[in-house]
Design a binder for this molecule. Structure first.
Ligand code: NAP
Ligand code: ZN
Ligand code: ZN
Length: 351
């Protein structure tokens, strides 16, 4: 039986989000049905609600930092039971047979993983709808166990901002002795500072915004560099093993390249699109430096990250909002006026 669910939807790129009743697909035998408690607000929600990347399928019901309580489970579910605290991140399925899926990196599924919203179910072809809603469901293989003892509100952003920065930190083997820099102090950026610091790295923040220094230090940065100040940029020449660039919009990365060490890597997690202006290959060739990108993280990695955060008491710095405040929250996010993640209390979603 399909489910009637109350959500908050963008009906087109130009109109504000508003309450909307929609139909979710019928639960299957491997599905976990979840009552949503809290949902983090990612800049990707805004991009997709407003069709910044093209291809948005309306109505879009965003939300992929979902924390909730299990309402019911299908008869084949073995890992979860009613009442468990669980999370759902950016994907809810994948083909499960291609090489990346077989190797446990299903975010790189060759058929494309199924996004939590603005995707299509692999079985019945119905659109997927995200966590700005009262109820959500997914196969148990795409459900995360929330560690005991973590504040569930603050833990919601770990499901995207956390894993998206954790994955490159782990892939590039960041630990004690590593020098890591993070570009942009927003949702992803502040999680990158916390996680890199907890992994033992020496951490630097690149920001355009003077005034974020105290916060950056509190969040785990030992050094802060104002990226628009040439002198400050020169002073960190040749230093970083890894730069994680979280900036959502086109920006010049040429000034960052010489700050990488020999064999250092700049990894894009923020920008989906063209690098402009033209990127000089000189620092790449002269220092064997690389530019790459990274997409979210696997379910296995996400569970590892959640467990790590549970052990280290790491959650996001959040500002709770009511569901109807989402449109203002998007405007504030564009102005970088968020410290450092909005989280929606789903009790405040009313018809
Ligand atoms: P956010 O909270 O809005 O933070 C972005 C930060 O980037 C801002 O706080 C600001 O930091 C800096 N910034 C913003 N506009 C800029 C500009 N025009 N030039 C230079 N710096 C700018 O966003 P978020 O939620 O962290 O998301 C960041 C990006 O990651 C989004 O594009 C999102 O879609 C993407 N994303 C990607 C993945 C993935 O799998 N790769 C997953 C999740 C999100 P300062 O004020 O410190 O400069
Ligand atoms: Zn996200
Ligand atoms: Zn696959």
């Amino acid at each position: 039986m399909t489910m009637k669910v109350l959500g908050y939807a963008a009906q087109s790129a130009k109109v504000p989000l508003a309450a909307f009743e929609f139909t979710r697909r019928s639960p299957r035998d491997d599905d976990v049905v979840v009552d949503v408690l809290y949902c983090g607000v990612c800049h990707s929600d805004l991009h997709q609600a407003r069709n910044d990347w093209g291809g948005s399928q309306y109505p879009v019901i965003p939300g992929h930092e979902v924390v909730g309580r299990v309402k019911s489970v299908g008869k084949n579910v073995t890992k979860f039971k009613a009442g468990d605290n669980v999370g759902i991140g950016c994907m809810v399925d994948s083909c499960r047979v291609c090489q990346p899926c077989q190797h446990g990196i299903e975010q790189y599924c060759q058929e494309g993983c199924v996004q939590t919203y603005n995707g299509f179910d692999r079985h019945d072809g119905l659109p997927t709808y995200g966590g700005y809603s009262k109820t959500i469901l997914a196969s148990e293989d795409f459900i995360l166990k929330m560690p005991d003892g973590l504040d569930l509100k603050g833990a919601a952003p770990l499901l995207c901002a956390g894993i998206t920065t954790w994955s490159p930190l782990r892939h590039f083997k960041v630990g004690k002795g590593s020098k890591v820099a993070v570009v942009g102090l927003g949702g992803l950026g502040h999680m990158a500072l916390k996680l890199a610091h907890a992994l033992g790295a020496d951490v630097t923040l690149f920001t355009r915004s003077p005034g974020k220094e105290d916060d950056a230090r509190r969040l785990g940065a030992q050094h802060i560099v104002i990226s628009t100040d040439d002198q400050q940029m020169k002073a960190v020449s040749g230093q970083f093993d890894l730069i994680i660039d979280t900036v959502p919009y086109e920006h010049d990365i040429n000034p960052y390249m010489p700050t990488l060490t020999l064999d250092g890597t700049l990894v894009f997690v923020g920008l989906l699109g063209d690098i402009t202006p033209v990127l000089s290959t000189l620092p790449l060739i002269m220092g064997r430096r690389s530019v790459t990108g990274s997409a979210i993280g696997s379910i296995k990695e996400t569970q590892e990250m959640l467990d790590f955060c549970g052990e280290h008491g790491i959650v996001s710095d959040i500002e709770m909002i009511k569901m109807p405040e989402i449109n203002d929250a998007y405007e504030r996010m564009i102005k970088s006026d968020v410290k450092y993640r909005f989280v929606i209390d789903m009790d405040t979603l009313q018809a």
